[in-house]
Design a protein around this ligand. Structure first.
Ligand code: ADE
Length: 248
């Protein structure tokens, strides 16, 4: 997969050299290119923002550098694939695991990291004429800009690409992953030693009884969900709940 990121803070993306994503880039599974928006400005101050029409607080990002940046990154060859443009914004649709999965199937994504009060709306309207555009929010709070939201989305998407996770099963068992546990949050996990500060690992996990372990994990997932996100329990189709689930 190819991912282009356009930003005024290219240094923000240094973490993409590390860990899982760093390795995926080195192995060629991921081609991430970070671009400085200011390289598409033409004035001495490399200006990317201006005051909003209609008044109001803050500054708005000018459409010209964004338009030129997108034209250059996407290229002019009509025969090549066009990317999907992602605009991180608190006004966007929720970025969920389901959306991460869908986006992980795309060959090419471009993230446009807005700052200040946002990007002039004509940039988005112009881009929509040439490519699919998604405005996405990573949560109901306001960040200082789209950079940290982009890091979140790139990480969530990249780890779903075939070959990126060491253990192919681990993504399948995540909270929110499709399947029997889809509407449940993962419960607690344990590793060695078997006793730490007087606290034992739940004996069932050492029993070797896989059926009992699965049942225990489901019970714990139900408890964790009831404690932290009770509204998710209402989304479970009734035929996916057995008698034991209802008793937990
Ligand atoms: N930019 C600022 N806040 C944001 C949010 N919550 N999600 C995505 N992009 C943002």
């Amino acid at each position: 997969m190819r991912i282009d990121i356009i930003t005024i803070f290219a240094d923000y993306f240094a973490p993409l050299d590390l860990s899982l994503i760093g390795r995926a880039r080195e192995s060629g599974l991921l081609d991430i290119r970070v671009h400085d928006l200011r390289s598409w400005t033409h004035d001495r101050h490399r200006t990317v923002d201006d005051t909003p029409y209609g008044g109001g607080p803050g500054m708005v990002m000018k459409p010209e550098p964004w338009g030129e940046a997108l034209d250059t990154v996407v290229g002019g060859d009509p025969d090549t694939v066009t990317p999907r443009l992602v605009l991180p914004t608190p006004s966007g649709a929720p970025f969920t695991q389901e959306r991460a999965e869908r986006l992980s199937g795309e060959p090419w994504l471009v993230f446009a990291c807005g700052r200040y009060e946002g990007i002039d709306a004509r940039f988005v309207a112009d881009a929509r004429e040439r490519m699919a555009v998604e405005e996405l929010s990573v949560g109901d709070y306001v960040l200082a800009g789209g950079e940290s939201a982009t890091l979140v989305m790139v990480e969530a998407i990249s780890r779903l690409l075939p070959g990126v996770l060491g253990n192919a099963d681990s993504a399948a068992q995540d909270s929110f992953a499709p399947g029997a546990m889809e509407h449940l949050l993962e419960g607690p996990v344990y590793t060695k030693p078997p006793v730490w500060r007087g606290r034992e690992v739940p004996p069932i996990l050492l029993s070797g009884n896989h059926g009992a372990v699965d049942r225990w994990r489901r019970d714990e997932a139900l408890r964790t969900t009831a404690r932290n996100r009770p509204e998710l329990l209402d989304e479970i189709p009734p035929d996916q709940l057995d008698q034991r689930d209802r008793e937990v």
